[in-house]
Design a protein around this ligand. Structure first.
Ligand code: MCA
Ligand code: AMP
Length: 503
């Protein structure tokens, strides 16, 4: 009986005695042990009442058990809904209710709070060490599970991505969306069973979960599975690795350390970068330090990966390469949707097996961004250079990308506008030496009032994930507006361009 994602990615782990995961403390988990762990969890999920098609909301620290839970969902036909560990209770409550999750897995420390917001659905726990009620329930279960039949277009995952209106949208990803992209990337980037991926990304977003883990599963390679990007640990494990997938901050941090040199990278064959623009100067500095040219690629939660620089051939700094095999890409006029003449900048639209099934229970949003002919309007502004390389030159969407995490200003502005003494606000991203862009909040006071920045920070601290919180708050007399009354954020970005220069 078919379950394409299981059959191609997870089934080959069966009977594999060699390490699939190596942890920072040297502990190893074989492919077979990992698969058994996932099977026991799948049995536990069924025991908790989950049926194929139900959503499982998961907000847990990175661990082998957390990755196995993705496999367990694939086996049980349950839709995996991973959530950033930084999200606070208000954010979490929205995801759980909007997705109508059938169960939640959270950190034991958050259990009482999550139970309170989960509206009676079962809440299981899993901590950073892999312990919790999920693991307890799994321990007494059989270590095999007959994978549930799935069709190519059955949902495998629901990943929330913020929206320009401030309301997050659940991107529905099918079995084939994930599998087709994993197979293409494995082939394009030449991953094999000999590969050891140094995995330092979080596993609640597309990059660390699907791009990194699915590719290694498809290639039957292995991973050095670090809880997070810690410079010393990454430097320690580089000599045992063949590949690293990172956001640009990984590479600027490595370059900022004198211990990072050519010698440490002797066994490496590939460094990839994505989720945010890699500066051409970082690309060049990396090559001169290590002899390696970073391979930059471009993707989205809704589409997995769309383009990639070539493995063989010129990896061109400042570009995201060519459309992947099977992906069609066009540059269109934002007003008319017509394809623009070669070389002109416009909206990037993509179509292919990687493109998602639409936004969960939001037909209007789906219709606004996914055309009837299958092209998805990315909201990124791009152009093709003379050789067909895609360059991303801007964003039509009001979006900040900080250290690879997306922040939609509207979501922060809505909270700022409620604060005592605040008349209105504008949230912008300006250059940040470590995170690429850093969040700045620009406030206008109500007449005769002075907003209390500390009180605002405290309130935001309770309501928004840390990475979304403004690192700088500025007060201005008024926001610059154009004749239509729209806030001119470009002028604010110029004015506060140096906000992070000093520190
Ligand atoms: C941490 N902080 C941040 C960020 N990360 N602030 C803004 N942006 C961030 N990304 C906060 C911390 O809470 C802390 O606050 C302060 O900044 C410094 O934290 P630090 O210890 O330096 O951070 P870290 O724990 O080392 O994390 C930085 C990181 C991490 C390693 C760059 O953010 C990360 O792993 N980013 C990867 C994100 C990712 O996987 N994106 C893929 C999305 P305080 O000091 O006040 O406590 S998928 C995607 O975009 C598409 C599909 C694609 O194309 O891949
Ligand atoms: P997300 O919705 O979190 O998946 O973020 C997707 C967005 O990240 C894209 O729409 C782009 O704006 C951005 N992005 C991803 N990869 C790159 C890249 N290599 N260069 C520039 N922007 C990127």
């Amino acid at each position: 009986m078919p379950n394409p994602l299981f059959d191609r990615l997870f089934a080959p782990l069966q009977g594999r005695g060699s390490a699939f995961l190596t942890m920072a403390d040297g502990q190893q988990i074989s492919g077979d042990a990992f698969l058994k762990m996932a099977a026991q969890q799948a049995n536990a999920l069924v025991g908790a009442g989950l049926k194929p098609g139900d959503r499982l909301a998961v907000q847990v620290e990175k661990s082998p058990e957390a990755l196995a839970l993705y496999g367990a969902c694939v086996m049980a036909g349950v839709v995996f809904l991973p959530l950033n560990t930084g999200y606070k209770a208000d954010e979490l409550a929205y995801f759980i209710s909007d997705s109508e999750a059938g169960a939640v897995v959270c950190d034991p420390a958050d259990q009482a709070e999550v139970q309170g917001i989960a509206g009676g659905v079962p809440v299981l726990t899993l901590d950073a060490k892999g312990q919790g009620s999920l693991t307890d329930a799994a321990a007494s279960q059989p270590d095999s599970f007959d994978p549930v039949d799935r069709a190519d277009n059955d949902l495998a995952a629901l990943l929330y991505t913020s929206g320009t209106t401030g309301r997050s949208k659940g991107a529905m990803l099918s079995q084939d969306n994930l599998l087709s992209n994993a197979l293409i990337l494995t082939q394009e980037w030449r991953f094999t069973a000999d590969d050891v991926l140094l995995h330092a990304l979080p596993i609640f977003h597309t990059h660390g979960l699907f791009v990194a883990s699915n590719v290694i599963l498809a290639a039957q390679g292995s991973m050095i599975f670090l809880p997070k990007f810690d410079l010393d640990t990454v430097l320690k494990f580089l000599p045992q690795s063949t590949s690293l997938m990172g956001v640009p901050t990984f590479y600027t941090r490595l370059l900022g350390d004198d211990r990072f040199d050519r010698d440490l990278c002797k066994g490496m064959r590939l460094f990839t970068s994505g989720s945010a623009p890699l500066l051409a100067e970082t690309h060049r500095a990396f090559e001169s330090r290590t002899g390696h040219r970073i391979l930059e690629r471009y993707g989205m939660t809704e589409t997995n990966m769309n383009t990639s620089n070539p493995y063989d051939g010129d990896r061109r700094a400042g570009t995201v390469g060519f459309p992947l095999p099977g992906v069609e890409l066009k540059i269109t006029d934002p007003e008319t949707g017509e394809t623009l003449p070669e070389g002109e900048a416009g909206i990037i639209e993509v179509r292919g097996p990687n493109v998602f099934q639409g936004y969960w229970q939001m037909p209007e949003k789906t219709a606004a961004e996914l055309r009837d002919d299958g092209f998805f309007i990315t909201g990124d502004i791009g152009q093709l250079d003379d050789d067909g390389y895609v360059q991303i030159v801007g964003r039509a969407k009001d979006l900040i990308i900080s250290g690879g995490y997306n922040i939609y200003p509207k979501e922060v502005e809505l909270i700022l506008d409620e604060q005592p003494g605040v008349l209105e606000s504008a949230v912008i991203g300006v250059p940040h030496p470590d995170f690429g862009e850093g969040v700045v909040a620009v406030l206008v006071a109500q007449p005769g009032k002075t907003p209390d920045a500390d009180a605002i920070r405290a309130d935001l601290g309770d309501r928004l994930a840390k990475f979304k919180q403004p690192k700088v708050i500025e007060l201005v007399d008024e926001l610059p507006r154009n004749t239509m009354g729209k806030v001119q954020k470009n002028l604010l970005r110029d004015r506060f361009a140096e906000a992070f220069k000093a520190g």
